[in-house]
Design a protein around this ligand. Structure first.
Ligand SMILES: Nc1ncnc2c1ncn2[C@@H]1O[C@H](COP(=O)(O)OP(=O)(O)OP(=O)(O)O)[C@@H](O)[C@H]1O
Length: 308
């Protein structure tokens, strides 16, 4: 793996004594989209803030493109664009000036063509001369993204990019992320919206109570942990699952009117079940299959961990 970002033994205990992060080891590959999923307070922002040099870790090191994020803060930070959760702009400045200023902060010379492209991609070009305070909430979020992209970072962090934004902005965001990825940018996003991770991520990390409980390729995760269900609407209700069907994981629902078959990629045997129903003379009216989403998997994982 061509590692662009390396996190080794990074933990955080805040001055209040709160242990926000247990030691984390994580490598991010160049060009990948990594989604960090976790409930409120799990430690996502803490981890991102440490990588971006905003919060000092209690232990461990972060290396960004070979630069130590603490000792060589400026070089490490220059490679990173951060879209924070909260607004951090001068309300009386114009959109264009804000974004240009951001670029200068990272020591980059002017590049009007790049700034124009970023503003156009975010549908902000028409608003370039508007003051930030005149913009809607969604447009202000777009400005934060434009700022983060102003200095052409190789790694982009999106902290809850679409929390509280409308569908149009969310779609634009997704489009932009795909475009950036195609141009080779590495993207790390935190989200509560599992749909977002499902749509965009190559790899998913799940964090809960300061611990990374899993890191896996999205496709493998969904294959491994995704459960599928088939609902078989019976012609005549049953009172119990017949003993002859014990080989399949079955349960009765709707007062015996529906047979529920739960399986995963390892033990799927729909043809065998349907053939058996035929030989037993059990008729059905309808079949419906359902695949678990990343959301179901995530809830299962966190619940399993809480129960352990
Ligand atoms: N400066 C701070 N001082 C003390 N505790 C803090 C500080 N910042 C965060 N915390 C605590 O650390 C824990 C992790 O917070 P963090 O913001 O990293 O979570 P998160 O996963 O980003 O949550 P959310 O999804 O709500 O943004 C929380 O319990 C939070 O209250």
């Amino acid at each position: 793996m061509d590692t662009i970002l390396s996190i080794v033994g990074v933990s955080k205990t805040y001055a209040s004594g709160h242990r926000a992060l247990e030691p984390v080891d994580l490598d991010i590959a160049r060009g990948e989209i990594f989604a960090l999923l976790g409930p409120n307070g799990a430690g996502k922002t803490t981890l991102i803030s440490i990588i971006c040099g905003i919060v000092t870790p209690s232990t461990g090191t972060v290396t960004v493109l070979g630069h130590d994020a603490q000792k060589d803060f400026r070089s490490a930070r220059r490679a990173i664009g951060l879209v924070p959760q909260e607004l951090s702009v001068d309300m009386f400045e114009t959109v264009l000036a804000t974004v240009k200023f951001s670029r200068r902060l990272f020591g980059k010379g002017p590049n009007d063509a790049h700034i124009e492209q970023v503003l156009r991609d975010l549908s902000l070009w028409d608003k370039r001369d508007a003051k930030i305070r005149e913009l809607s909430g969604g447009m202000k979020r777009r400005v934060l993204i434009a700022k983060a992209l102003s200095h052409e970072p190789e790694i982009l962090f999106l902290d809850e990019p679409t929390a509280g934004v409308d569908v149009a902005l969310r779609r634009d965001m997704w489009k932009l992320v795909h475009k950036l990825r195609a141009a080779g940018t590495t993207i790390i996003l935190t989200t509560h919206y599992i749909e977002e991770a499902e749509e965009m991520a190559d790899r998913v990390g799940v964090i809960d109570k300061g611990r990374i409980i899993l890191v896996e390729r999205k496709a493998a995760l969904m294959k491994k942990l995704g459960k599928r269900r088939m609902l078989i609407a019976l012609q005549a209700p049953m009172t119990a699952v017949p003993a002859d069907l014990a080989a399949w994981n079955l349960a009765l629902e709707d007062e015996g009117a529906t047979l529920l078959y739960t399986f995963d990629s390892e033990n799927e045997d729909i043809p065998g079940l349907l053939a058996k129903l035929g030989t037993l003379g059990i008729g059905y009216r309808d079949l419906e299959t359902h695949k678990s989403s990343l959301e179901d998997i995530f809830v299962d994982l966190v619940e399993q961990k809480d129960a352990a």
